[in-house]
Ligand binder design. Structure first.
Ligand code: SF4
Length: 379
């Protein structure tokens, strides 16, 4: 079925998806159950915004614990705004895509300050907030404020592409998918409708082996009728990711590990981390250590996949004498990069290895730390 032929069936499809949601909605800590939302009770916009930012490129299962931690520690946007950025980044550690956490904090400060503590209701105003793109603006407007907005996330994209057998490869096919969802989105209850579609996409119309036998819109589904559900959405051919090499430096003494704060600009900016050799998305690291002395190098002990490149990491373990790391008083080893592109040691701190899981390290560095701790136990 082409998008132009949807209109006649739209009401039936929308009704079936909405009915299915009443008894099958996933229970998620940021949601209001459909029985309550039907009587006009809407969720806290702060909860909707926080969950939607966390859910960008992250699974629901991974987000639930973080959402609970954040809302227990910072129950309102004003509480989050009052936190230090480093605290927010540390609490975010493990969720990845750390620009989201920096924008989250900026956005909380803007809402708590310039907007007097209230999120705007309209998509156009929401779009002006740091870290809020078209999808998130539509989701907040619909779910938190009951406005009609067309919400299209990856789950909904898959559901719509299959329902209407939209054959234009992504990203070109996004316009047709949006038109299809526009035709289906009701005037009232757009938030619950969006969440109903998300749930079907996540639990029934899954990327692999969709459960068409229990799908409430099976009889309307063009991909099901063709028998080629998994061909949709049509994706462009995958480009090979470039492979970069980097090196982390393990400097330990007296049960403590040397950590630095990464440069404020660039990947994983302002996060606590092991010293490294200045690797980046566009370049390999130079391999040079931040201290003279003996180093034992273990090659390729961590592999990590970023969106646009993969990284192989060596870990170099310092074998030299005990060292004193003091605050540095020149620019080259301050908070930002030194002359080798590394995070300088001027901001270094010693962190107890026993409590390293509380240091708020990004996942990439946590992998290296876990490897090194395991190795220490084995030797
Ligand atoms: Fe997805 Fe199958 Fe339902 Fe079609 S019938 S929408 S492919 S689950």
């Amino acid at each position: 079925m082409g998008v132009d032929k949807i209109t006649g069936e739209a009401r039936n499809i929308t009704a079936k998806i909405s009915e299915h949601y009443v008894d099958n909605a996933r229970k998620l800590p940021w949601r209001i159950p459909p029985q309550l939302s039907a009587s006009g009770i809407l969720p806290d916009p702060y909860h909707v915004w926080l969950s939607e930012v966390m859910l960008q490129q992250t699974t629901v299962a991974a987000v639930i614990a973080y959402f609970k931690t954040f809302t227990a520690r910072w129950p309102t946007a004003a509480d989050l705004a009052a936190a230090e950025e480093t605290e927010v980044l540390a609490a975010w550690a493990g969720l990845g895509y750390y620009a989201r956490a920096r924008n989250l904090h900026k956005c909380a400060r803007h809402v708590a300050g310039a907007l007097g503590g209230s999120f705007p209701e309209r998509e156009t105003e929401l779009l002006k907030l740091p870290g809020v793109g078209a999808y998130t603006a539509a989701a907040i407007a619909a779910i938190a404020f009951g406005r009609r907005a067309v919400v299209v996330d990856a789950n909904i994209e898959r559901l719509a592409a299959r329902l209407f057998a939209i054959a234009t490869p992504l990203p070109g096919g996004k316009a047709d998918i949006r038109s299809a969802m526009d035709a289906l989105t009701p005037e009232v209850g757009a938030g619950d409708f969006a969440q109903a579609c998300m749930d079907i996409g996540a639990t029934i119309c899954t990327a692999k082996s969709p459960k068409c036998g229990i799908c409430p819109v099976q009889m309307h589904c063009a991909a099901y009728a063709q028998g080629d559900q998994e061909s949709y959405p049509v994706k462009p051919p995958k480009k090979a990711k470039p492979l970069r090499k980097g090196r982390f430096f393990w400097i330990e003494q007296g049960g403590q590990l040397l950590l630095v704060t990464r440069p404020s600009k660039g990947m994983l900016g302002s996060m606590r981390a092991l010293p490294d050799d200045g690797w980046a998305a566009s370049t390999n690291g130079h391999g040079e250590p931040p201290l003279n002395g003996d180093w034992q190098v273990h090659e390729n002990v961590v592999q990590h996949s970023f969106t646009h490149f993969s990284l192989e990491v060596d870990v170099a373990v310092y074998q030299g004498d005990m060292i004193a790391i003091n605050k540095c008083d020149n620019d080259k080893c301050g908070n930002d990069k030194n002359d080798k592109g590394q995070a300088g040691l001027g901001n270094a701190i010693w962190w107890p290895i026993d409590g390293i899981e509380d240091a708020g390290l990004p996942t990439l560095f946590t992998k290296a730390v876990r490897w090194a701790v395991k190795r220490k136990r084995e030797v």
